[in-house]
Design a protein around this ligand. Structure first.
Ligand code: DGL
Length: 256
């Protein structure tokens, strides 16, 4: 069983990619709506929440876990070691970005928590110290996606404002460092122009997952995909419909 968790329904963008690769295998998704948003929480709180979510997924039988949330992935070095591999969405995206950049200038957009953690910058430097990273916190984008303002002129203006410093810095690669941003990818691409390579952390993690499952010889059983949440939200159905194109049946669990 593959376990996935995120602060809410946003991680369904990651689930969607994983489900394409493993349609018939057991997958369990946990949307931690009780603690949403992670983006503005302290590092210690994010760590404690992540530990609980991981314990839950392991108790359900997960043999490998994907932290689908970028904010929680930023704090992954703080997490306890577990008997199962724990992947995060930052490391695979960083690897792809380091391979993609020709001018050694990479941009990353994410929540305040992700950008303030400096995780992308630090992990890119570890791979190649010559690469400079320009990070931009773009906290308005999550609510805009959740309110389905994707094609509004206001969203275009906000995106232009957020992306201006990245364009000015001359980046040739941009990482979408948040679960919600793949839904804005066409708009971002239009603003950044065709020459800029865009890397979605949701897509990047699938390759890493496949590699780890193979290398560690993890046995995945056939079965259904299960969806859990720690709380309901009024727009949960709307968002999951938007992200997956279909309605999902969520079961509520009490973890907090
Ligand atoms: N899932 C979060 C992320 O990828 C965005 C939403 C939140 O702030 O919890 O950073």
């Amino acid at each position: 069983m593959i376990g996935i968790f995120d602060s809410g329904a946003g991680g369904l963008t990651v689930y969607k990619e994983i489900a394409v690769a493993y349609p018939e295998k057991q997958i369990i998704y946990l949307g931690d709506l009780a603690n949403l948003p992670y983006g503005s929480k302290s590092p210690e709180m994010i760590r404690r929440i992540a530990e609980k979510n991981i314990d839950f997924l392991i108790s359900k039988g997960a043999k490998i876990i994907v932290i689908a949330c970028n904010t929680a992935s930023g704090r992954s070095p703080l997490l306890k070691k577990r008997p199962v591999p724990i992947l995060n969405v930052i490391d695979p995206a960083v690897k792809l970005a380091a391979e993609s950049t020709k001018n050694n200038k990479v941009g990353v957009i994410g929540t305040l928590g992700t950008i303030n953690s400096g995780a992308y910058e630090e992990r890119i430097k570890n791979i190649n110290p010559k690469i400079s990273t320009v990070g931009e916190a773009t906290p308005l984008l999550v609510p805009l996606v959740e309110e389905n303002w994707i094609d509004k002129i206001e969203t275009k203006r906000i995106l232009k404002h957020y992306l201006r410093p990245l364009k000015a810095a001359g980046i040739d690669t941009l990482i979408l460092g948040c679960t919600h941003y793949p839904l804005l990818q066409p708009q971002i691409k239009r603003i950044m122009g065709p020459k800029i390579k865009i890397i979605s952390s949701a897509q990047a993690v699938v390759g890493e997952l496949e590699k780890t499952i193979k290398n560690k010889k993890i046995k995945l059983n056939p079965g259904v995909h299960q969806f859990y949440i720690t709380d309901y939200s009024l727009n949960l159905d709307k968002i999951s419909q938007k992200f997956l194109g279909k309605k999902i049946k969520f079961e509520k669990v009490h973890l907090f």
